[in-house]
Structures are given as structure tokens and as C-alpha cells.
Design a binder for this molecule. Structure first.
Ligand code: SF4
Length: 418
């Protein structure tokens, strides 16, 4: 059994990994088995900045042969080291599950000996968990770049999700900060996991292979790439590798012995803005080129949808009762759900501002960009609108700090509605 000392080391060493959402998996419990990764059977929740909780997040080993400058577990760092066996991880997961501590597992590892050796251990762990410990809960494995593709493929038949971290937003930064890694070793398995052969065309989803798909993670701010660069890469990966999610992680300094990295932590607000921009890419019909401003970065003062609308005031106001669904989605304060409600409701009657409020449109944002039955009640001046947006954002942040904040702010934090 894994002792407390090693457990503490392996859990601590995994704390900077954030790609642990479990959405999309449909693995069900079986007679004599344990756990359930279905929507109704496994609970997972998200903190306001997008992090997922309630999985056991642990490394199989933090004893790394690589020396990535930004990583706590790099070979040259003098920290306590520990390694668990596949059986120790399996026993821990089932014990924790029975005690209701966790609903699933997020398992990663430093590179021990070789990428193949490490991937083999990860594969063995997830296989044992399913076949010997009969665990049916959610399992997210971190893939090891450079490992044999057969090992990765075999693991995909037991895990719900596998992720390969893109790590740095450019090859130049990767070479500089993680010289033992290379872009191709990360991209090749992502391409493989996206292959159509794993999809059941009749069910229109993956069945036996990685039902929750693949994700990746990028550390933001450790290297000079702009938000525009990060979002272009994100867009490309969504389009080409069928990723479920891209996770962004604000850089946290852990290595003060190198001049290659900043000494300051990157503000969480940058990560938050990237998550908001990510929603615009996935659900609102925006392209990466549209989202960032002239300097290539997202506004830190207000959300990227507001920033886009203010830069394109010539396209507004739009009449809510006749605007296309695509244009409604571009109005600040109208989210995906409220756009749908508007489209349904306006079939039967022309809507006014009171109706929009009932449909949960955030009017303090939307009024500057819409008319209702031809009536406009917002600001027309760009600077006035900017100030209103900054004030709205400040007020909402204060509300979110309170447990009793406005319902719309809480819903927005959880769902990404913009
Ligand atoms: S491979 Fe690099 S990022 Fe991964 S654990 Fe080792 S040093 Fe850290």
C-alpha cells in the first residue's frame, strides 16, 4: 500500500496539471464492478477558473529523467522523489472511491527511465484498474510523448480520456525550455488519437476507445507568445485533432535558478480571458483572428466578446427581433442559451427590453448593442461603453467573491455564457 509520505509527494508533484475535465464519458457500472463515469453517476465540478475537482490527481512517479526548466519535477531540482506501483495506485483509487473521497482518477507521470517504460506502467495501471479491480469510474491518463504508438493505443481502450500536453505555445519555446522534448513527439499521438477509425459511425461517437476524447494543456506566460498566437494554435488543434478541450495554465514560477523564465507569476486573469476566448471559438462562431486586438493580446479589463463588439461598433446596434442567430451570439450579454430563447420567443411576439430581462439577457451589457422594436437605450460613445463594461466586470467580480452573488454571475462563471 502506498504510504503517506509517497502519497504526499506524488499528489504534490501533480498539482500544476489542470487537464482534468471528465465531460463526455459514458462508461457505466457493471454487476460486481465499482464506479460509474456516466453523467449521472460521476460528480465533477469546476471552480470559476475552469479547474475540475473530485478526481484523484496523482503522478505514478515524479522521478524524471528530463530537465524541463519550468517544472518542479525536473531532474536537477532537489526535491523528495517517489514512485508508486500500478497495484498501489489501483488499491488507492478503489479505497478512496469506496470512502466517497473521489469519483475518478487523473493519472500522470514524470518520465521514468524511458518514455516507453513509463507509458507501459501507465497502461498497466489502467488495465489492472479495469480488469482486476473492476473500477468503472472515470480515468484520465496523461500520455507520454515519444512512447510507442501501440502502447498509447492500447491504453486508449481502457482510459476514458488521454491528454498530451502541448506545454509551450511554440516550438522555439519548447526547444529552449524543454530541450529533451520535441513538437513532433507531442503532435504525432494527438493526430493518432483523432483518427476516424476510433469513431463508431452509427453511434456517431467513440464507443470503446477513449469515450471522453483527448485534451491538451498549455502553460501561458512562461514564454513570450501572444494571446493571438495561443488562440490560433488552439483553433488549429480543435479543427485538426478533435480535442474536447484546451486547458490554459497561468505560469507559476518554480525555478528561480534560471534566467530563461520570468520570476513573476502570470496573473490568473490572463488565463481566465483565454478560457472566455476559447468559449467564443467553440460555441459562438468566432475565429481566432477576430478575437484579439491589434496588439495581439486579450483585454484584461473586460471579456473578449465585449472587446470585439467595441472594436466593431459599426456593426451595431442590431434589432433583436430580426437579427440572425449568428449576430445575436455576437452581442455582449446574450449567451448561447439566451440567444436560443430569443429565437424561440420572437416567433410569437415582438420582444421588448422587459422580455429580454425575463429571457436572462444581461441587459447592462447588451443595451449598448441592440434595439428592441427600434428603440435604443444604451450608450453610443465608445469610451462610455468601455467604462460601463469595466464597471460591470468589477461589480461582477465582487459579486462572485460573495457566496450570495447575483445568480447571473454565478451561472456565467460555471457555464462560460458571455
Ligand atoms: S518531462 Fe518535463 S514536464 Fe514532465 S515531469 Fe519531467 S521535467 Fe516535468
Amino acid at each position: 500500500m502506498l504510504d503517506e509520505r509517497r502519497l504526499a509527494i506524488l499528489v504534490e508533484s501533480a498539482k500544476y496539471d489542470v487537464s482534468c475535465s471528465s465531460s463526455g464519458s459514458k462508461r457505466q457500472n457493471t454487476v460486481g464492478g465499482l464506479g460509474n463515469a456516466c453523467f449521472g453517476g460521476i460528480c465533477h465540478s469546476f471552480s470559476p477558473d475552469g479547474r475540475c475537482i473530485s478526481l484523484l490527481k496523482i503522478l505514478l512517479s515524479n522521478n524524471c529523467i528530463y530537465n524541463c526548466e519550468y517544472c518542479l519535477n525536473r531532474r536537477s531540482n532537489s526535491i523528495p522523489r517517489a514512485t508508486a506501483t500500478p497495484d498501489e495506485i489501483c488499491a488507492l483509487v478503489t479505497e478512496f472511491y469506496k470512502r466517497n473521497y473521489i469519483e475518478g482518477l487523473f493519472l500522470s507521470s514524470a518520465v521514468v527511465k524511458t518514455p516507453d517504460y513509463t507509458m507501459e506502467l501507465l497502461f498497466e495501471t489502467v488495465k489492472k484498474l479495469r480488469t482486476e479491480y473492476h473500477f468503472n469510474g472515470y480515468v484520465h491518463l496523461k500520455g507520454i510523448p515519444g512512447a510507442d504508438r501501440l502502447l498509447i493505443e492500447r491504453a486508449g481502450f481502457f482510459a476514458d480520456r488521454i491528454s498530451f500536453n502541448i506545454e509551450r505555445p511554440s516550438e522555439t519555446s519548447l526547444k529552449l525550455l524543454a530541450p529533451q522534448k520535441n513538437k513532433d513527439a507531442i503532435i504525432a499521438p494527438m493526430k493518432m488519437l483523432a483518427l476516424d477509425k476510433y469513431y463508431d459511425t452509427q453511434l456517431k461517437r467513440r464507443k470503446d476507445f477513449l469515450p471522453a476524447g483527448q485534451t491538451t494543456q498549455m502553460v501561458v506566460g512562461a514564454s513570450p507568445e501572444s494571446d493571438a498566437h495561443i488562440l490560433k494554435l488552439t483553433e488549429y488543434m480543435y479543427q485538426n485533432y478533435k480535442l474536447k478541450r484546451v486547458y490554459y495554465s497561468s505560469y507559476v514560477p518554480t525555478n528561480f535558478e534560471t534566467s530563461l523564465l520570468p520570476y513573476e507569476q502570470v496573473p490568473l486573469i490572463r488565463e481566465h480571458r483565454l478560457y472566455q476566448a476559447d468559449w467564443l471559438l467553440r460555441f459562438y462562431g468566432f475565429t481566432a483572428d477576430e478575437i484579439t486586438g491589434n496588439d495581439g493580446n486579450l483585454s484584461l479589463e473586460y471579456d473578449p466578446k465585449c472587446a470585439w463588439a467595441i472594436r466593431n461598433l459599426g456593426l451595431f446596434p442590431v434589432e433583436v427581433n430580426t437579427a440572425s442567430p449568428e449576430m445575436l451570439l455576437r452581442v455582449p450579454g446574450i449567451g448561447v442559451k439566451s440567444a436560443y430563447r430569443i429565437i424561440q420567443a420572437r416567433k410569437y411576439a415582438k420582444l421588448d427590453f422587459a422580455d429580454l430581462k425575463r429571457l436572462r439577457v444581461v441587459l447592462k451589457r447588451a443595451v449598448h448593442f441592440i434595439t428592441c422594436k427600434g428603440k435604443f437605450i444604451g450608450n453610443k460613445n465608445e469610451y462610455d461603453i468601455q467604462n460601463v463594461m469595466i464597471a460591470a466586470e468589477t461589480a461582477e467580480n465582487a459579486e462572485q467573491l460573495s457566496m450570495f452573488g447575483a445568480e447571473s454571475s454565478k451561472i456565467s462563471a460555471l457555464t462560460g455564457e458571455l
